[in-house]
Design a protein around this ligand. Structure first.
Ligand SMILES: [Zn+2]
Length: 104
């Protein structure tokens, strides 16, 4: 086991429609949960993910409750508007071999 916690170091690419989150990688062409195109992914602010994990400490990252809560918080915190202002946009998805389904 490594002590590396990708949550501390990586962007938190999150689907704004369903709340699915990639940890430590970039989205593929489509969200594996809701099939939204990759441009639906935003970089979720760390404090929002911290709140989700505080509320569901025992869930895997992409448990349906976590995903639903992310979508709620994205709305409550007006993240989409702020994301646009900060200009943090999704880099072009590159090929990777992540398998997000194991987290579901
Ligand atoms: Zn999605």
């Amino acid at each position: 086991m490594s002590n590396y916690d990708p949550y501390e170091h990586a962007l938190l690419w999150t689907c704004k429609h369903c709340g699915f989150m990639y940890v430590g990688g970039q989205p593929k062409m489509e969200c594996p949960v809701c099939e939204s195109y990759k441009t639906s992914f935003i970089d979720l602010p760390q404090h929002i993910e911290a709140q989700v994990r505080e509320e569901f400490p025992d869930n895997p990252h992409n448990h349906r409750d976590n995903r639903a809560r992310r979508v709620e918080l994205i709305g409550e915190h007006n993240v989409l508007e702020k994301n646009r202002v900060s200009g943090r946009v999704l880099p072009a998805a590159s090929g990777n071999n992540m398998n997000p389904s194991k987290d579901l």
